[in-house]
Design a protein. Structure first.
Length: 79
């Protein structure tokens, strides 16, 4: 495999260094951090039904709807 030299800012270097594991080269770190970009389907199914996400998100939506309605009613009464 060939190599390439790149120039990055000090800030970018510090961010990359912060993500680098002790046993990794910078190349390994870049490959690990960009690996998810290769498989766009990888994240699908992470919030499966059996983990309670659908129920939790529905409860949150209902709670927010009620809170907005209540706030609107208070605003209307104060006008």
């Amino acid at each position: 495999m060939g190599t390439k030299n790149i120039t990055i800012t000090t800030e970018a270097y510090q961010n990359l260094k912060a993500h680098k594991r002790e046993d990794e080269s910078f190349t390994d770190t870049i490959l690990r951090l960009t690996e998810a970009d290769k498989d766009v389907m990888k994240g699908f199914g992470m919030l499966a039904e059996d983990d309670g996400f659908p129920d939790s998100s529905e409860r949150t939506r209902v709670d927010l709807d009620e809170a907005f309605d209540e706030r609107g009613e208070r605003r209307d009464r104060s006008l």
